[in-house]
Design a protein. Structure first.
Length: 182
């Protein structure tokens, strides 16, 4: 491996460390994710060397790190100033729940904060859009080799992901407090 030479102040390493900490990962857990998701054979020492500017990562490593840390690879490389620069101001949006398909987790009129991502993770809650522009929120599940959009309320059918486009993953719920006055 080569000595890191992108910037004199090791901007890549500083950004990598911050993105890793923002994702709540230790050096070991970051290495474990790289190994399990991408079939790598990396240890926490290698990631530490990237962060400290001792070694230069390959572009494929930068790409894999950006996926695991959910940041733009150009941000890690110091080409942009924001982790979501490639998405501009559209990196997050609000979605108001319009049906009872996800009760009891999400109720009608709940406001969800959604981060635009296109990576699929089983068990996460996503806002998806059909060909007509209709949006719904569903839990993504992987069943029998097929991605399924699962409704928590059994009155609603599961949907096939093939007919929908992922808009983003739900990151926050904003529900108005309901006070019952006797």
């Amino acid at each position: 491996m080569l000595r890191y030479h992108y910037t004199e102040d090791n901007e890549f390493g500083i950004r990598l460390r911050q993105a890793r900490k923002d994702a709540g990962l230790t050096l070991q857990s970051c290495a474990d994710l790289l190994n399990s998701r991408f079939g790598m054979n990396i240890n926490k020492g290698s990631i530490s060397k990237y962060e400290n500017g001792i070694h230069e990562p390959s572009m494929s490593m930068v790409h894999c790190l950006s996926i695991i840390l959910n940041v733009d690879k150009d941000y890690l490389l110091g080409k942009t100033s924001s982790p979501d620069e490639d998405l501009g101001n559209l990196s997050k949006f609000e979605y108001r729940v319009t049906d009872s398909s996800m009760e009891p987790k999400y109720l009608i009129n709940d406001l969800l904060i959604v981060k635009r991502v296109y990576e699929k993770r089983s068990g996460k809650f996503y806002v998806v859009q059909d060909a007509n522009g209709n949006r719904v929120v569903r839990q993504l599940q992987f069943y029998n080799g097929l991605w399924v959009l699962h409704a928590l309320n059994s009155d609603y059918p599961d949907l096939k992901l093939l007919n929908y486009q992922i808009e983003g993953v739900v990151t926050e719920l904003r529900r108005r407090a309901l006070y019952l006055i006797p």
